[in-house]
Design a protein around this ligand. Sequence first.
Ligand code: 26W
Length: 840
Amino acid sequence: MGKLKDSFNDMPAAGEVRPGLKLEALKQDIAYNLFCLLGKSPAAASSKDFYTALAYLIRGQLESRWINTAGKYYQQKGIKVVCYLSAEFLIGPQLAKNLLYLDLYEPVRQALAGFGLSLEELLELEPEPGLGNGGLGRLAACYLDSLATLGFPAIGYGIRYEFGIFEQQIRDGWQIEATDKWLQSGCPWEFLKPDVAYDIKFGGHTETSYDESGRYRVLWVPAQVVKGIAADYPIAGYKINSANTLRLWKAEACESFDFQAFNMGDYYAAVDQKVVSENITKVLYPNDEPWVGKQLRLKQQYFFVSCSLQDMIKLHLARSESLEHFHECFAVQLNDTHPSIAIAELMRLFVDEHQLGWNEAWQITQNTFSYTNHTLLPEALEKWPLALLQELLPRHLEIIFELNQRFLDHVRLDHPEHEENLANLSLIDESGEKYVRMAHLASLGSHAINGVSELHSELLKRDVLKDFYALMPDKFSNKTNGVTPRRFIRLSNPKLAGLITERIGEDWLKDLSELSRLEDAVEDHGFREVWRAVKRDNKLRLATYIKRHTDILVDPDSLYDVQVKRIHEYKRQHLNLLHIITLYHIIRQNQNADIAPRTFIFAGKAAPSYFMAKLIIKLIHAVADMINRDIRVRERLQVVFIPNFNVKTSHWIYPAADLSEQISTAGKEASGTGNMKFSMNGALTIGTLDGANIEIHKAVGSEHFFLFGLNADQVYETKATGYDPRALYSSNDLLRESIDTIQTGALSHGDAEVFRPLVKSLLDRDEYLVLADYQSYIACQKDVSLVFRDSDNWSRKAILNTTRMGRFSSDRVVKEYCHDIWNVEPIRSESTLNVMDLVP
Ligand code: 26W
């Protein structure tokens, strides 16, 4: 113990980097890590080795503030901790962020230069933890960043997928999914904690009895038990000496090798348990929006939820708090319905495992949970078949039935005016094979429900959850999404960040509303020139990236027209393509047509089982082939698809865009967050009145936003009053010509079959009103070309877009959650804790 005491005592105080961690010391430490971690000398080490050695050095630097913060959770009584439950966390590459947050970026760049290495090159080697599909997962990561930076005590709870979102490769224009081996050479940011482990039950049956005090008791006799162990990741705050924790759960077999089976020569049985158990956290489900009711998906959801709630109860009891105060110590956010089985699980833990009374347990449960909905698409709303729940989670099904019974009785007795809504309110969908509506369970079991943009929250109250809103309106609020400016401006666009800081100082990085102080710079001609130069540099940089990854050379002086997001029919990448084909025909028909040179940049993954989305990727490549090969047009039009869109790729794209495509059918995109990242980086938006576009349009000013298309009410009207897309096809020449180009095989070497399903869906149903918005979109794009011609005026608008995006920081919305829903206070950071007091 003495020795330990000494080594701990010379630990640097929280936030203070190890003394002498100057250039020489940094180089020594890197060399030391190469030697003791990898057994390599600097001379023999590869760049990947240097990356690993550096990453472990930086993680060490994070530890003191991390341990310091964790200590406070334990020590300070009555601290309320936010627990963000999400099946997805798209945290992105960590090294550059941690270097920035530790203020070590420059010193490390120089130290590496001392080894003849470029920091940028090393950063490109970092595998990205692709533990999410898109918007929902990235939002969770932005919120963890803001919670840490604002000093709020928080834990992110999720799943440690061994294989994350697939790597997208393109073969002959088609998406190919490759396994994502992000853990191949380990992850330096991960701290596996085998001692933090919980047993998770599945299947089996329940047995009821009355205990000695006559209390009704239910015992769950599981068919399978799996172990969940913690993998912790430090989530540093920006320029604050605290760090929160992302705790991801890994499934393991309770018994990883069955020796008896082995002795009997049944080698498969010997490892069967191991395989079955570990399968639970093997891979991320790559679909966002279309929901698939796979048993393994439910196992994944219950697994991480039960680990997380057991972990919270252990921490709670370790702080010698009693369970009746649980909701005063933990605010648990449900990131969509994916973790919503947590409501039944907390009831089980309270009632069955900790003998709380039902009503008391229910009170605490409702006060603990809050639920965010991220989608209105009916096909994305989760509903689990009763049969599957009966088989996998028999006790939870009992609890859900009991909750439902009491809920419907409560409505009948206390709200008879809602009697006729009982079937719509019920947790059980009695149609077909009967399902549990997870959005209803989440809404009933939470004290707060919110949407992610003003329009979305309105539609939630008017549509998906209208009966719950009618019954419990006070629970509902809106929390318009936000994004972290640290990663999406400072880290990915350092030149722009430098320009802003030069003008208004750097407080904007912790308070984005400061950007409005940049407004007067718009009138400064010099500032506009530098602004344009920064944008051009970023466009050049992206051009090199595109050349390297697609072998297409784009013109950095053309208008970069960018649409990057998951491929989905409601996001209407195919409407964007109709515009491109239309421009192609206009130029072909009139070489002197006044069309500003444009480079159309697409990126995004399609869910592997989503046929139409994959066909749209193929069509993007077919249009690119046709245009990029056509010498008559390619001076003015180019089309590029950047493969494998993820957080890392996005760092190259958002800073380089001139025009941000946010063209979803109004009422379908819950919020969007890419729209915010583009505007913050000085891109102008062409978009519909959908999701957060509406609030961006309001913030930046209608004269600095290219608005088009039907709004949500008009979409509803158009559909309600009988919509005939074929009529539009026949009555609009340019539209018809463009669609014919797709269906005649002109884009597919004469094979008219390949795109038929897409054209058919457009002409028969056009579910997402692509044809209805075509003309307005084309006209709006014409304005874009005209405005872009005057580059100085364009940069005025671009600057105003950036200066007016303060509200869309994740810091603003996290403060709203903390104040309105979670009711948590930031931890006072001055009180540094002596880590020794932590060692039991
Ligand atoms: C069960 C399959 C599944 C998986 C993920 C269904 C639904 C989802 C997510 C809710 C999809 C998603 O990422 N939604 C996006 O969430 C963002 C963050 O709030 C919003 O900005 C986007 O508009 C919304 O599409």
